[in-house]
Design a protein around this ligand. Structure first.
Ligand SMILES: *[C@@H]1O[C@H](CO)[C@@H](O)[C@H](O)[C@H]1NC(C)=O
Ligand SMILES: *[C@@H]1O[C@H](CO)[C@@H](O)[C@H](O)[C@H]1NC(C)=O
Length: 541
């Protein structure tokens, strides 16, 4: 009966007031491409403030801002100039304060991205390190050698000779690699983090992967967590969220959680954001690994798309947009919706002419400006957008979709509301049925089941193989074009037929487990057995 089904039950934390981030829906904003208010074609902080109510209306609890630290204006030496100064192309500190105020009004938390792997070679930090200024000598990766004996690349890091210091420094995509093992760098990053917390952010997103010594990245996260706690106590603000993004995979990145609660609160999982679509078995295994490696009571944060890589519609096809959104929201833990994924927005197509100007971030196709409507600039800017709009923006835009309950936005709104419902239980069960992936949440006042066909062909899903489910469940949301319309009922005794990408979110009464069944009979037989044994031994003494 269990053939072909991967079964595992993970017991998640229950009881006690969970912190806000344990079950949050984050909306990840690329400031450059969200909304431009000053007409220069590049998104800015005032733009984010203006459109924050849209984010709230999607059902998000928090916004993750892309890095707004000042970057070099000269793209020959790209990278961050300073961790705490705001890049003037995005706005200034007053604009940031207005953003914090508006977010507070809307009860949205703000999380900022702190870049920490690289810095610009024209930054003051780099100059001082090159000069061996006390406290700066080791903030950058230096390697001794001679100018005519170039060391080999290490994990994509190449080496550039510095005449003044008479040593090589590590360089990654034309930026200087910071030394994450350095205590003085830790102190500097902790100070920067504290400044942002005092400015009113509720969390920090860190990218601590350090190719030269992963252990240093782990130590850095642990120490920055301690520093963040003490900063929040001093500043008398709520304990912040420390979220980690890592490309190391489930096992290695689980080290960032640290031990004894000193470490990241959650680590982002790339399982749903892989470049190629995964078949159900492979995705089920990956998701199980991501749930099992973290310490007890910790859950990963699921991501719909990596920030600088293709959106769902481009990498998996538009029929997969609702599938990924529903799976990401049904899994236990928090979820990050990448800007544009809630619309099924595609990547843009870059023409040669686009690359001439120096922008804060690289011109990548996934950075397409956000389409607010179907007008010529999609109401992203009153000027010329820094990147061309995505080819599908005339129908995949916020205005068109917001009014339509059956749109991707409609699906997201239902699923993010259900994520907060007491009907969602603490348990999860993930199965492969046919070519579909089924995610069941149970143990609460109801059951919730997402079933998604991840195959290129049709599939037949025998839901009756999941024991204890109610005979009938109701469709709360379904993917675009699905034959199962919201509010209709599904008989779970029957085989569910799903077309490629087709996904349904079913809700129903609680799963029926235990009660007077075989388990109780076995238990009473066992206790009968004990009574006999006790009598036997009793008669011997
Ligand atoms: C760092 O040094 C370079 C070259 O000496 C110089 O052009 C640049 O302005 C310096 N940067 C800062 C922030 O002082
Ligand atoms: C996205 O960023 C990551 C890490 O910063 C990098 O490894 C990757 O190559 C980037 N992808 C693209 C398409 O630029």
């Amino acid at each position: 009966m269990w053939l072909g089904a991967v079964v595992l039950t993970v017991l998640l934390s229950s009881g006690g007031a969970d912190p806000w981030w344990s079950n949050a829906v984050y909306y990840s904003v690329l400031v450059d491409s969200f909304k431009d208010m000053d007409g220069d074609g590049l998104g800015d902080l005032r733009g984010v403030t203006k459109q924050l109510s849209y984010v709230r209306a999607l059902g998000a609890d928090a916004v993750i801002l892309s890095s707004i630290s000042s970057k070099n204006m000269d793209c020959d030496e790209p990278g961050t100039m300073d961790f705490t100064n705001i890049d003037e192309r995005y706005g200034n500190l007053d604009d940031f304060k207005s953003l914090v105020e508006k977010a507070k009004k809307l009860e949205l938390k703000l999380v900022i991205t702190l870049t920490m792997q690289t810095i610009s070679s024209s930054s003051e930090l780099f100059n001082l390190s090159a000069e061996r200024k006390t406290g700066f000598e080791d903030k950058v990766i230096w390697k001794d050698g001679s100018p005519d004996d170039l060391p080999a690349d290490v994990d994509g890091i190449n080496w550039i000779w510095h005449e003044q210091r008479k040593a090589y420094y590590g360089s990654l995509r034309k930026e200087v690699v910071l030394n994450l093992c350095s205590e003085s760098l830790l102190a500097m990053l902790s100070d920067a983090q504290c400044i942002w917390l005092k400015r009113g952010v509720s969390g920090i997103l860190l990218h601590p992967d350090f190719p030269l010594d992963h252990e240093c990245g782990v130590q850095l996260v642990n120490k920055m967590t301690v520093a963040a706690m003490s900063c929040s106590r001093t500043a008398n603000v709520e304990a912040p969220l420390i979220l980690v993004e890592s490309s190391l995979g489930a096992e290695a990145s689980s080290k960032y959680y640290g031990e004894g609660g000193v470490g990241a609160n959650s680590v982002i999982s790339y399982d749903l954001a892989s470049p190629a679509k995964r078949p159900a078995a492979s995705l089920a295994l990956a998701v199980h690994a991501s749930l099992l490696y973290p310490p007890q009571d910790m859950t990963p944060t699921w991501l719909t798309s990596k920030r600088n890589e293709s959106r769902i519609a481009t990498r998996y096809g538009s029929e997969m947009v609702d599938a990924i959104i529903l799976l990401a929201l049904a899994l236990p833990g928090a979820t990050i919706i990448q800007q544009g994924d809630e619309l099924g927005a595609a990547d843009t197509i870059l023409e040669w002419a686009v690359t001439s100007k120096c922008w804060p971030n690289p011109t990548v196709p996934s950075a397409a400006p956000f389409p607010w409507d179907d007008s010529p600039t999609a109401s992203f800017t009153s000027g010329e957008p820094w990147l061309p709009l995505a080819p599908n923006y005339r129908y995949a835009n916020a205005k068109t979709e917001y009014a339509n309950d059956l749109s991707h936005i409609g699906v997201l709104k239902v699923a993010s509301a259900i994520k907060k419902s007491p009907a969602i239980g603490p348990h999860v069960e993930i199965q492969k049925l046919g070519d579909a992936l089924a995610v069941l949440r149970w143990g609460g006042s109801g059951s919730l089941l997402v079933v998604s066909n991840l195959d290129r062909g049709k599939t037949e899903v025998p839901l009756s193989r999941i024991p204890g489910l109610p005979a009938e469940m109701t469709v709360a949301a379904s993917s675009g074009g699905s034959s199962f319309s919201p509010s209709s009922h599904v008989n779970l005794e029957k085989i569910l037929k799903l077309s490629p990408g087709e996904t349904v979110l079913l809700v129903g009464p609680p799963r029926h487990c235990g009660g007077p069944g075989p388990v109780d009979k076995i238990a009473s037989k066992l206790s009968e057995g004990w009574q006999k044994i006790n009598k036997y031994f009793g008669s011997l003494t």
